[in-house]
Design a protein around this ligand. Structure first.
Ligand code: HSE
Length: 380
């Protein structure tokens, strides 16, 4: 289809800003006849600089204006989706809704978009007349990108995975921009509490440790956004308590993965423990995988590496792992390194793997901008 009028809501937030940045880098706006930018608070103000003239900001709940769009791309969040999407559909709007929020992900009428992995599922959704295309949970998308080769059928490797157990190490960006700022503030408080001792070579390490833990536990540490200390700490719970022993983030790991892969009828069992750590925007994940076949290690590595164009295999050595398989090296890139691949002593069909990915890129913004190209039939 021709992308005539495409509306953007929530473009000023963190995911929205990354989306705009990527769309400018990839010249995506040249595909759109008329991009229209929306706001919940600054109607009539100038829109973002996208290198061409655009009309002033429109009101994000102006249903008449929204209904004139062919496509709405929103990073505004679940509350906006719940309200605006429902009203627009009720009044018969039949355009495409591309969304970063989770509200519509598991709806039977939506497709979760992660085209390097599930282009056939997206094409099937389009062919079935689906109009809601939703980005996956960041952790899930990054896991599926990393394990694409083993999970996916397009290489003829269908059904290689019997089950996956994963421990995540998730960055604070998953909690939003304000939590990122607070983490940096927390780091500062901790640093200041111990810096005199650290600078003094004669000081005792136990005194340094005490100064740090006292600062972490003190009411000097700002916790208004995150709720608890994260600097010098980790949090073994992310998102809501489902009262089943699992968090909502852990539940998503299984249901979204199988929906992305189009195998809800024959789901791969996936169990997660999701953990927040003090990194900024890269989620890391440690997998234990039981394969259905006993494959040689070099074949497993090759299958992983061929999964998609963004996966890179990191040699399972100390040097390569510390250089290439860390949030510090991956942040801000689209690369999905997979490493620590080895056979486990648990048995011939058990392997481990570790991955790191930028949760704002493949985990959030990238699938959305690529969906615009898919609608337009442009090259990806
Ligand atoms: N729920 C994710 C997290 C973020 O908290 O890290 C976005 O999917």
């Amino acid at each position: 289809m021709k992308l005539n009028r495409v509306g953007f809501v929530g473009w000023r937030g963190m995911v929205g800003s990354v989306l705009l940045q990527r769309m400018i880098e990839e010249d995506d706006f040249s595909l759109i006849e008329q991009p229209v930018f929306y706001t919940t608070s600054q109607t009539g103000q100038p829109g973002p600089d996208i290198g061409r003239e655009i009309q002033p900001l429109q009101e994000a709940f102006d249903l008449e204006s929204l209904a004139s769009l062919d496509v709405i791309v929103t990073c505004q969040g679940g509350d906006y989706t719940a309200e605006a999407h429902a009203k627009l559909r009720q009044q018969g709007w039949n355009g495409y809704w591309i969304d970063a929020a989770s509200s519509l992900r598991m709806s039977a009428d939506s497709t979760i978009i992660l085209d390097p992995v599930n282009m056939p599922v997206i094409e099937q959704g389009l062919a079935n007349g689906q109009k809601d295309f939703i980005g996956g949970n960041c952790t899930v998308s990054l896991m599926v990108m990393a394990l694409d080769g083993l999970l996916n059928s397009d290489l003829g490797n269908a059904d290689l995975v019997e089950w996956i157990s994963v421990a995540t190490y998730q960055a604070i960006s998953g909690g939003g921009a304000r939590q990122m700022r607070e983490l940096v503030e927390q780091m500062g408080v901790v640093n200041r509490a111990a810096s005199d001792l650290v600078k003094n070579p004669a000081s005792s390490i136990l005194d340094i440790d005490k100064a740090v833990i006292d600062a972490i536990r003190s009411d000097q540490l700002p916790t208004g956004e995150i709720g608890v200390p994260l600097a010098g700490n980790l949090l073994p719970w992310i998102d809501k308590d489902l009262d089943s022993g699992s968090s909502r983030e852990e539940w998503k790991g299984a249901v979204e993965t199988n929906k992305i892969l189009g195998r809800e009828a024959k789901p791969i069992p996936i169990e997660s423990t999701c953990i927040r750590v003090g990194t900024m925007r890269c989620h890391s994940q440690s997998f234990t995988i039981k394969l259905k076949k006993d494959l040689p290690l070099d074949e497993i590595e090759q299958i992983l590496e061929q999964g998609n164009d963004w996966v890179t295999l990191v040699e399972n050595t100390r040097e390569a792992s510390l250089a290439k398989l860390t949030p510090a090296s991956v942040s801000g890139t689209l690369t999905i390194p997979v490493g620590r691949v080895r056979k486990l002593n648990l048995g011939a069909r058990y392997i481990s793997a570790f991955t790191v990915g930028d949760q704002l890129l493949w985990g959030a913004a990238e699938p959305l901008r690529r969906m615009l190209r898919i609608l337009d039939h442009s090259s990806l």
